[in-house]
Design a protein. Structure first.
Length: 278
């Protein structure tokens, strides 16, 4: 079925979202020609969708199974008013962030499938986006149907040498197998962690082998949707040292937590996208 949403360019821009570092399985399928729109796709867990800007009706049209539409509305976080965040940023005196906002219109923080985002960010550690995407696609091709992300019950029983072979996972293969076995045994309940308080969820993640502060913050923000999470990777360290050089790292984080309380993770995505684009 096709579902339509009236969304302005400030409210929704898939090019910005899919190049913001938060998602690895959203892409432009076709480049529009002769008046036809660009077509995009996304896959998360067992759900998949195609979407495009319907220029005749001025709506974004989403083609998916009827029983998946609620998932995709949640995935794109359509219930959150991002323009309200933007209005606050526009009133700030933070030039770098205001420039980032102009560059990143249409950004949203996705609510991705918990299992897939969990493993995707284990893969992301000490890694770059093209390699992460490639590793994830190899896993989907080899251990699923090429479209959907493989389940814990499959990954738990893959020999480590096999999981490392041709996937570029390296030492991360051990972490993925270990986490999969814990999920299968019931000793790790990702959904339960996602429903804890911020402090409890973070503490629970950091107890898991293969998850450090950066990976935990990414899972918290892009999967659990704790908008106060502010992942620090090499790009964000670069931003702090170059664009907020008057602050130490701790001073800068205090500034962000106070100034942008409740949407720090959104601020991080605007900054990350802008810096990489520059």
């Amino acid at each position: 079925m096709v579902f339509s949403k009236k969304l302005t360019a400030e409210e929704f821009n898939p090019e910005v979202i899919m190049n913001s570092g938060q998602v690895f399985r959203m892409k432009r399928e076709t480049k529009g020609a002769d008046g036809m729109p660009d077509t995009y796709s996304a896959c998360s867990g067992d759900n998949d969708v195609y979407f495009y800007l319907n220029k005749e009706r001025d709506t974004w049209d989403f083609a998916c199974e009827e029983n998946q539409w609620d998932f995709w509305q949640s995935y794109f976080d359509f219930a959150t008013d991002y323009v309200a965040f933007n209005d606050k940023i526009r009133k700030s005196d933070d030039k770098f962030l205001k420039d980032a906002l102009k560059d990143s219109f249409g950004m949203r923080i996705l609510r991705q499938d918990l299992w897939e985002v969990f493993i995707s960010y284990v893969i992301s550690q000490n890694n770059n986006i093209p390699k992460i995407k490639k590793s994830i696609q190899v896993l989907c091709d080899r251990y699923s149907d090429g479209i959907h992300f493989p389940k814990a019950e499959t990954l738990a029983y893959v020999p480590e040498a096999e999981l490392m072979d041709g996937t570029a996972l390296g030492y991360r293969a051990d972490y993925i197998i270990g986490i999969s076995k814990q999920v299968l045994a019931g000793s790790l309940d990702i959904k339960n962690i996602s429903e804890m308080s911020y402090e409890s969820a973070m503490a629970s993640l950091l107890k898991i082998k293969g998850i450090g502060p950066k990976v935990a913050n990414c899972i918290m923000l892009y999967g659990f949707h704790f908008m106060e999470s502010y992942p620090i990777d090499t790009w964000m360290k670069k931003i702090i040292s170059e664009d907020y050089s008057g602050y130490t790292k701790d001073e800068y984080l205090s500034y962000v937590n106070e100034k942008y309380a409740g949407y720090q993770g959104y601020v991080q995505q605007l900054q990350f996208y802008h810096k990489r684009k520059k």
